[in-house]
Design a protein around this ligand. Structure first.
Ligand code: GTP
Ligand code: MG
Length: 192
């Protein structure tokens, strides 16, 4: 993929607005603030094509990016308590509504903070992806916050807790670029 050609396509606040799926899609899901937008930016080599914030709840819409004919989909996060019930529900509807559509789900990148043990909302998300038969990989984020030995330990622990093979868990950092090349290879294998 020619990542340098990446461009913002459009932002959608309701599911009904989403355009027809005309290309392979790679989507990014995970808790608010886990690093979805940052990982997308790192993959395409652009600092802030997708908006990033230290405050959870930054991405409030479904954002489409075109990357050399593949669509990257930045979704709102789940599990952010400090937002109104109505807004939380709107985000949840965007996420579930997106996956309920008839689209080309080539790869779902499911992000989990490497520092924390498995949380229920992440179990639910992974269970859903598994149940729907959607192709996914787990990106363990913010690996720069742990030593290499701790990273390996957490990867094994999280694999066990989620009941997944460790080969499906990729250690990543949007800060150092760790795991980014591997993730690009997985995306290309899934889309081309
Ligand atoms: P929402 O859009 O609110 O759901 O969040 P998000 O998952 O898109 O997270 P975002 O990319 O906005 O990043 C949230 C915060 O985490 C920002 O302050 C980022 O700088 C930080 N962050 C993201 N990835 C990394 C990483 O790999 N390492 C470190 N140290 N910080 C990161
Ligand atoms: Mg975001």
């Amino acid at each position: 993929l020619k990542y340098e050609t990446a461009r913002f396509e459009a932002s959608y606040g309701t599911i009904a607005q989403l355009p027809e799926p005309t290309t392979p899609e790679v989507s990014f899901v995970g808790r608010s603030n886990v690093g979805k937008s940052s990982l997308l930016n790192k993959l395409i080599g652009r600092k802030s094509l997708a908006k990033v914030s230290s405050q959870p709840g930054k991405t409030a819409n479904v954002n489409f990016f075109d990357v050399d004919g593949v669509r990257f989909v930045d979704l709102p996060g789940y599990g952010f308590a400090k937002v109104s019930q109505a807004e939380k529900q709107r985000w949840a509807n965007l996420i579930s509504g997106y996956f309920e559509q008839e689209r080309s789900f080539n790869l779902v990148v499911s992000l989990v903070d490497i520092r924390h043990d498995a949380q229920q909302l992440d179990r639910d998300m992974l269970g859903y992806l598994e149940q729907e038969g959607l192709p996914f990989v787990v990106a363990l984020t913010k690996a720069d916050k742990l030593s290499r030995s701790k990273q390996a330990q957490q990867r094994q622990a999280l694999a066990r807790q989620f009941g997944l093979d460790a080969s499906r868990m990729l250690v990543t950092s949007s800060q150092t670029g760790q795991g980014i090349q591997e993730l690009r290879t997985m995306i290309e294998d899934a889309c081309l």
